[in-house]
Write a protein that binds this ligand. Structure first.
Ligand code: 37N
Length: 136
């Protein structure tokens, strides 16, 4: 059991480092905080499960992630929300403006997070986390 706690502690240290790396990349600035409903009043009408990197950092501290897959699911949520709220289908004038840029950045965030985790995490470490996660 002590061994499991040690593994989850290592995972939290790793995921905090991932959060920091993503949040420090100025490309992803608009994903670092919850979307401000003052700035974007209709946001919560469209997006039912908001997510951002600061919230993810808090979730790490609250032991809400037991494996990298759960962490990547929230990255995926940030990306899907941005694509959903800023769709390509909006009136033609938005196609070339901030909407297009945020869609590109959302996709870069997802690809960058997957690549970073794949390159920095041992597969057997993730398997250990998954086995703990499924047992609990
Ligand atoms: C994210 C997001 N999803 O839909 C939209 C639309 C955005 C989004 C929201 C904001 N303004 S904000 O006050 O909610 C904010 C500022 C700084 C960090 C996080 C949020 C700015 C931008 C932008 O492109 O600069 C984009």
């Amino acid at each position: 059991y002590e061994e499991e706690e040690h593994t989850l502690r290592e995972l939290r240290i790793f995921l905090r480092d991932m959060c920091k790396k993503l949040a420090n990349n100025r490309l992803f600035f608009m994903f670092t905080k919850p979307v401000d409903t003052e700035e974007v009043p209709d946001y919560t009408n469209i997006i039912k499960q908001p997510m951002d990197l600061e919230t993810m950092m808090t979730k790490v501290d609250f032991h809400r992630y037991e494996c990298a897959r759960d962490f990547l699911n929230d990255i995926e949520l940030i990306c899907q929300n941005a694509l959903e709220y800023n769709p390509a289908s909006k009136h033609v004038c938005f196609r070339t403006s901030a909407d297009k840029q945020i869609r590109h950045r959302a996709c870069s965030l997802r690809d960058y997070a997957y690549t970073l985790i794949k390159s920095e995490m041992d597969t057997d470490f993730e398997e250990k986390c998954l086995s703990i996660s499924t047992k609990r």
